[in-house]
Design a protein around this ligand. Structure first.
Ligand code: TTP
Ligand code: MG
Ligand code: MG
Length: 480
């Protein structure tokens, strides 16, 4: 009844029965890294935050798992189990990019897509062209689209009449499998399994259940609900329902309400200026505000627009699509500044400067959790988080860029400057040291760290992409 081979038609089900896919990528971080470094294909690979002696395995390729390596194990233990395992440092920006692109692929099949974690999503197929009869073909099509977009990436798909069943089903045939549990089949498949296999049941609950004589999912589903309620409160009722494969929670798309299309700021200068450096400073401040708003609202964008209005009230607006999503002012600024330099002509007095970011994607909370856990490793990200926190606490003007502080050397002696990016603290605590240590960098490489540069064609961290884009711009300029 399970497995990718089952093609028999589903008969006799009410047409309005729910049909839900749960899609989980296989060895997600490790597979993305292998995709970027094809020579690692077929090798045991682990992805660590930073491959120091204290780091932990975030993801292990299926080849590494054959040695007993798994997520959350220390990298020291992983090297002990498999001395030739290749450790790769994680690239959070890359995983988020792939994750958001995967959601786009799923959205081609249904408008109702709920991201559940950085590599998982529920897709509500009820009411779409996907039916119990053709769901295997639809699942194969999704897998093919993923492979076409990201060579080498595979997903495992669980198909069921609700989220619980679909979720539990997707892990039955990993990697690269499709499993179906039709209405009424849950007990047959999961009934004999221990209660810990029920989604959300941890060791503690399993022990408490075991003390009541409940060891399997089947036993839990048949246990008097009143006794479960008495022991676990409302959770007891939910456990009882779950053990019978019942779940009526909706697939909740991460976008509720009207989607925000863009975020931008404009500023009319107090006096028109012919000085492009002055306009740049205004632009930088605007980029800072836009990026801050995007981070606050959990948006990433990939279309950056710049607008200028001149003293004669004529104006220009130019935009550029970049190849990755960002919420960082340094990226927005570099693109907007380049647009400004390309389209402003000396002699044009600038009256207004504006910047806007569109092509927005909401970062689902579930992804964000992973994002920031990983991104804490990234010093610039840490700095942005610190700055956001300072502004949340002390107001928007508590901290600014050195460039935006007008030539007041007495106020900002050299000893107090932080190298790059040049943020200066203003009037709060003793954060300079914090910033310095965030900038300190990291040098403790593990022996098997793979340092092959990523091919330019692969979307990677925003800055590699930006370099790539700059190179393309230079090429274009030369040919113009
Ligand atoms: P998972 O989907 O749990 O694992 P996976 O995709 O690596 O492997 P599987 O084929 O079994 O699904 O998690 C997705 C990613 O989340 C994973 O690649 C790395 C990250 N992660 C961590 O950073 N820490 C963890 O403890 C776990 C479990 C995952
Ligand atoms: Mg996974
Ligand atoms: Mg997962």
């Amino acid at each position: 009844m399970l497995g990718r081979h089952r093609k028999e038609a589903h008969v006799g089900r009410p047409p309005n029965e729910r049909l839900i896919f749960h899609i989980d990528m296989d060895a997600f971080f490790a597979s993305v890294e292998v995709m970027c470094r094809p020579k690692l294909r077929g090798k045991p690979v682990i992805v660590c935050g930073k491959p120091t002696t204290r780091s932990v395995v975030a993801a292990a390729s299926y080849e590494a798992r054959e040695y007993g390596i798994h997520s959350a194990m220390s990298s020291v233990e992983a090297f002990r189990l498999c001395p030739h395992v290749v450790a790769v440092e994680g690239n959070p920006g890359q995983y988020i990019y792939v994750s958001l692109e995967l959601l786009r692929i799923y959205k081609e099949k249904s408008t109702i897509v709920e991201p559940y974690s950085i590599d998982e999503a529920f897709v509500e197929m009820t009411g779409t062209e996907c039916t119990w009869e053709n769901c295997l073909e639809v699942a194969d099509d999704i897998k093919n689209r993923i492979r076409e977009r990201f060579p080498g990436l595979t997903a495992s798909i669980g198909i069921g009449p609700n989220k619980l069943v679909a979720k539990m089903c997707s892990s039955l045939d990993k990697p690269d499998g499709v499993s179906i549990i039709r209405p009424g089949e849950f007990g047959e498949v999961f009934g004999p399994r221990p209660t810990t296999k029920l989604w959300g049941v941890g060791d503690k609950t399993a022990v408490a259940l075991s003390m009541m004589g409940v060891n399997t999912i089947d036993e839990l589903g048949r246990h008097p609900v009143a006794m479960l309620r008495c022991r676990f409160g409302i959770m007891g009722e939910i456990l009882h329902m779950m053990a019978q494969g019942r779940d009526d929670t909706p697939v909740t798309p991460y976008f509720e309400g009207m989607p925000v299309k863009s975020m931008g700021h404009e500023h009319t200068l107090s006096e028109d200026t012919w000085d492009i450096a002055e306009a740049e400073r205004v632009l930088l401040r605007l980029c800072d505000q836009v990026a801050r708003r995007m981070r606050k609202k959990s948006y990433l964008g990939n279309v950056i627009s710049m607008r200028l209005r001149f003293a004669d009230f004529e104006g220009i607006g130019r935009q550029r699509k970049i190849k990755f999503y960002t919420d960082e002012e340094r990226v927005i600024y570099r693109v907007a500044r380049d647009l400004m330099h390309r389209h402003w002509r000396p002699g044009q007095a600038i009256r207004l400067v504006g910047v806007n970011c569109s092509g927005l994607m909401k970062i689902p909370e579930t992804i964000q959790v992973d994002l920031f856990r990983e991104k804490e490793e990234d010093s610039h990200r840490k700095l942005l988080t610190a700055i956001d926190e300072i502004r949340d606490k002390y107001g928007e003007h508590a901290i600014t860029r050195a460039r935006l502080v007008r030539h007041n050397k007495r106020m900002w002696p050299a000893a107090r400057r932080v190298s790059e990016p040049r943020f200066l603290r203003m009037g709060v605590g003793s954060g300079e040291r914090t910033n310095r240590s965030l900038m300190a960098g990291w040098h403790d490489a593990a022996p098997n760290l793979d340092t092959t540069p990523l091919p330019a064609s692969i979307s990677t961290s925003p800055f590699d992409m930006l370099k790539h884009q700059d190179a393309e711009d230079r090429k274009r300029k030369r040919s113009e």
